[in-house]
Write a protein that binds this ligand. Structure first.
Ligand code: SAH
Ligand code: SF4
Ligand code: F3S
Length: 479
């Protein structure tokens, strides 16, 4: 492919992606053009989703758009006419998985030259990914990013009829697109986007570059969606954003923040309301009070702390200290007694010493977390931390992760044990992986419970008496 050909594509640029110009957010309305309505007639698709719930929600939109175009979901890769990988860029191993997948899918492309292979999501927003796809992954037909999912019909059309490669990724602050069709993955629990993007710029993190600036969806649109879900019989919604606690801070004509939204949504009467993710710095009293007073807001909070060392927290650009985090946590526990709190922690951040790490261990003990996602720092090209001096050997980082996980796992078990002999309500998710007669579901505190019961209970809320507490799940009997 000549240089000129490569130049014609819209490619991402991390420098542009980090700019915050304070331009107004545009609200667009999706509408499927007539000429796109039958393009997928008798054709099928698959979407493979990686990464966070934000991507899961985006994949439901891609599926919604494709089905509006007439496509149906394929049972196998072999019979698919379109395969889209909705990718994650958060850590190197997440990306390596995708490169492996792209390699594997080459065989399908050889068997069916008409197959459209697409790459979407956060990886598509990275410059070096596009360069690599252009140079060595010639069998990828379509690349689009997180800002232009709504243009999928055009891309599919071009790809199908002109057989050209389509590579279009915008590095912009981002719009809000409404009226998007969705094919949801569940019939009783649903994702609801309340905001997009992130302005925190934690120094290790790629998300602000791949998702654009923080922008909140209008509350009326959120209400419309939640009321509809309630009418359709949904039992649980999870409000989504990279930093839901910053919801509404970008509204110019309205004083309406996350706590207000929670209190108002609680009135709709959908059974369970959850949200993710929160930044400790933006968590306020209004939110805690909404949780305290609400009837449907679940007593569970995922509050990523990342580190217990003030020196490291500062280098991460997290805007809080170990002490202020613990203060906020205690305030939360006072307002919502019995609340279950989980977190995210990174070990081996550049320059993290053994002493820093011990501060993290101390915080974990004091915070009494009931679970955590723990990670070894992964260098993300283009982020500030990628150029921080990092002298800690990989073995030592792994050892820290191991020691940390020991205490985290003890927290999981303690969190489960406190429900022994209690009767809890479980929203039944499905049958256990190991036994068809065992149901699996989650309690209000987000604890996994297995109990004997019939499949017809899937999607309903059942009272279960807890008989045994393991580290990763509870066992019980329906009452
Ligand atoms: N917006 C969310 C988290 C998004 S990413 C929040 O701030 O809570 C999920 C988790 O991945 C982060 O909380 C962090 O612990 C981890 N993470 C992000 N970037 C990372 C990196 N470069 N290396 C290792 N872990 C990382
Ligand atoms: Fe990444 Fe920090 Fe934004 Fe979370 S808050 S998405 S960790 S930059
Ligand atoms: Fe991954 Fe993008 Fe989510 S990087 S964690 S899919 S916002």
């Amino acid at each position: 492919m000549s240089k000129i050909d490569i130049e014609k594509y819209f490619k991402p640029n991390l420098q542009d992606a980090r700019k915050r110009n304070k331009t107004d957010v545009h609200e667009l309305q999706f509408e499927l053009q007539e000429k796109h309505q039958n393009i997928g007639y008798l054709k099928t698709y698959q979407i493979h989703t990686y990464g966070c719930q934000g991507n899961e929600a985006d994949s439901e939109i891609m599926a919604g758009i494709l089905e509006k175009m007439g496509f149906t979901k394929a049972e196998t890769e072999d019979e698919s006419d379109v395969i889209i990988l909705n990718t994650c860029a958060i850590r190197e191993n997440a990306e390596n998985r995708i490169w492996g997948e792209l390699g594997r899918l080459k065989a399908y492309k050889r068997r069916n030259p008409n197959l459209i292979l697409g790459l979407a999501g956060c990886m598509a927003q990275e410059e070096y990914v596009i360069e690599r796809v252009l140079k060595t992954y010639q069998h990828v037909d379509l690349v689009f990013g997180t800002h232009n999912i709504y243009k999928l019909p055009e891309y599919i059309e071009t790809s199908m009829f002109s057989k050209e490669r389509v590579i279009e990724v915008y590095s912009q602050e981002g719009d809000i697109v409404e009226n998007l069709p969705k094919v949801r993955n569940h019939t009783y629990k649903a994702w609801v986007n309340i905001m997009f993007g992130c302005d925190e710029f934690c120094t290790y993190c790629i998300v602000p570059y791949t998702r654009g600036k923080e922008r909140s969806r209008h509350k009326d649109e959120i209400f419309k969606e939640v009321i509809e879900l309630k009418e359709q019989g949904y039992k649980e919604i999870t409000l989504l954003g990279q930093n839901v606690n910053a919801y509404g801070k970008d509204f110019k004509d309205m004083d309406y923040t996350f706590g207000d939204l929670l209190s108002d949504l609680d009135q709709i009467g959908i059974e369970r309301i959850r949200f993710t993710t929160s930044h400790p710095h933006d968590l306020d009293l209004k939110t805690m009070h909404a949780m305290r007073d609400g009837k449907h807001i679940m007593p569970f909070f995922h509050l990523p702390v990342q580190s217990g060392s003030n020196r490291v927290l500062k280098k991460m650009n997290r805007h809080y200290t170990k002490e202020s985090y613990l203060d906020k946590l205690n305030e939360l526990k006072e307002n919502v007694p019995g609340i279950s709190v989980t977190t995210d922690i990174i070990v081996g951040f550049p320059g993290e010493t053994e002493e820093d790490f011990l501060e993290t261990m101390d915080l974990v003990e004091k915070a009494d977390f009931e679970g955590a996602y723990t990670f070894v720092f992964s260098k993300r090209e283009g982020t500030p931390a990628a150029s921080f001096e990092d002298l800690t050997p990989e073995d030592e980082k792994k050892d820290r992760l191991y020691r940390l996980n020991e205490v985290i796992n003890a927290g999981y078990l303690r969190g489960n044990q406190r429900f022994l002999n209690q009767t809890v309500s479980v929203l039944v998710d499905g049958v256990s992986k190991h036994d068809e007669n065992i149901l699996a579901g989650y309690t209000a505190h987000n604890k996994l419970v297995n109990f004997k019961g019939d499949k017809h209970l899937i999607g309903s809320i059942v009272s279960v008496k807890i008989t045994e507490a393991k580290t990763w799940f509870l066992l019980g009997e329906a009452v």
